[in-house]
Design a protein around this ligand. Structure first.
Ligand SMILES: *Cc1c(COP(=O)(O)O)cnc(C)c1O
Length: 420
């Protein structure tokens, strides 16, 4: 989507100076916008007795951003040891932290149990034997298989590697009950970038139905249900934004129905990443080359090491050319490309843009989630810096760019030879 008008107003007047001061390329995140979305989500779910959002750390794992969410009262959803260490550094402990891993190792569980512990969400029955203790509360990730069809990014649940199957779910809770767990939650994550609120309501209904059946079968209560992440954002100008209030109303109605039947209501947890930060970040990059062959190419100083989504998902990210619009500059159709020796290294394909010149600044929208974090170093391409546009209007470096020394860091090691 075109960036919000407010973010543009905050960023654009100073952008050329910011670019000169820090050098391009960089991702820049908008503290004001992030806090505003955090408040909007909290207010939208205020009618629930116990609502908590656990920000999905993998979307934007920068300590400066995590501190904002911690300050807003959010928890964190982690799935690896480095992510656990990262969120504990912000001050998060115990039930502020949700550990939702898959294909988990015993060492990872050990870390999740250590330092005061965390909420443990288990991906499979076979993992119970890897637990270093009895988690209480405990939740399982449920995979409904053929009972639901998935969405585009996550795919069909039957083919998804995640979660406990429908036939195993009763047994999973029974095992934990027998082992001594007394507090229970239920989790699923079926959608990604879902713009249809009814899909997410359906997910809440599905979990509540299942929680009801498990409660009756095993005489247990559910302290929470966790509907996962997956709330979408409108990347394309033609996309319709998710109707948050309709989603909340639908989920509320499902909770009331559950209350009527069961006489209590669980807390509602969510672990959104994209919705919280996606629209509040942009990648700013400068044009360094133009090339006219079978197509017209605009070469920029960022590569897919800074933003993988167009290359790996064919995802659309809207692009502005600083100071130019098609209403006052003739348009042309171009591919906007990075420097990797891979033809998928394109930020836009056959895009209609105002005619671009060398040194123009491009603003690639909606890179605040699954952007910088997904980057890699293939072809010796290094990841760019991250900046934050703070509430007071100042701009702060919150991660420096990678250097050649970083690239070579893993080649500094003690000689180690095994002789059979
Ligand atoms: C990636 C992920 C999320 C966040 O997904 P978004 O689409 O960014 O909201 C939440 N939970 C789990 C388990 C995930 O893997």
């Amino acid at each position: 989507m075109p960036m919000t008008v407010d973010f543009k107003k905050r960023l654009y007047p100073g952008l050329p100076d910011i670019a000169r001061h820090f050098g391009t390329p960089f991702h820049i995140y908008d503290e004001t916008g992030i806090r505003k979305t955090a408040s909007t989500v909290k207010e939208a779910f205020a009618g629930f007795a116990g609502f908590k959002e656990f920000f999905a750390v993998k979307a934007l794992p920068n300590p400066a951003i995590l501190s904002i969410f911690f300050d807003e009262g959010f928890g964190f959803d982690c799935s690896s040891v480095p992510e656990l260490i990262l969120v504990r550094k912000t001050g998060a402990i115990k039930e502020d932290i949700l550990f939702t891993s898959n294909n988990t190792s015993a060492d990872e569980f050990k870390e999740a149990f250590g330092h005061g512990g965390s909420l443990i969400n288990i991906d499979d029955i076979s993992l119970i034997q890897k637990l270093p203790g009895i988690p209480d509360p405990v939740s399982f990730r449920y995979n409904p298989g053929p009972l639901r069809t998935g969405n585009a990014i996550i795919g069909n649940p039957v083919e998804a590697k995640y979660g406990v199957s429908h036939d195993q779910i009763v047994d999973a809770y029974k095992k934990m009950l027998d082992l001594g767990s007394r507090r229970f939650g239920l989790h699923t994550m079926l959608a990604s970038n879902e713009l249809d609120h009814s899909y997410l309501i359906e997910t809440a209904r599905m979990l509540l139905d299942l929680a009801g059946r498990l409660s009756e079968k095993l005489s247990i209560r559910f302290e929470f249900i966790n509907i996962g992440g997956g709330m979408g954002i409108p990347y394309h100008p033609g996309d319709k934004a998710l109707d948050l209030s309709a989603m909340v109303d639908g989920i509320r109605a499902a909770f009331l129905k559950f209350y009527d039947k069961q006489g209590y209501e669980p807390n509602l947890f969510m672990e959104s990443g994209r919705y919280m930060t996606g629209p509040h970040g942009v990648l700013v990059t400068r044009v360094i080359n133009r090339k006219e062959t079978y197509r017209n190419y605009v070469g920029v100083d960022a590569s897919m090491s800074a933003l993988m989504r167009p290359g790996i998902y064919g995802a659309y990210h809207h692009i502005d050319i600083y100071g130019k619009s098609v209403s006052d500059v003739p348009a042309e159709t171009v591919d906007v490309v990075g420097a990797l020796c891979e033809n998928i290294d394109k930020f836009a394909i056959q895009r209609n843009l105002p005619k671009v010149q060398i040194n123009d600044l491009l603003i690639i929208h909606d890179t605040g989630a699954h952007g910088h974090a997904m980057g890699f170093n293939y072809n010796g391409r290094l990841r760019p810096k991250e900046l934050m546009l703070k509430k007071d209007g100042t701009v702060e470096l919150i991660r420096r760019e990678e250097t050649v020394e970083d690239y070579f860091a893993t080649l500094n090691f003690e000689k180690d030879v095994f002789k059979p």
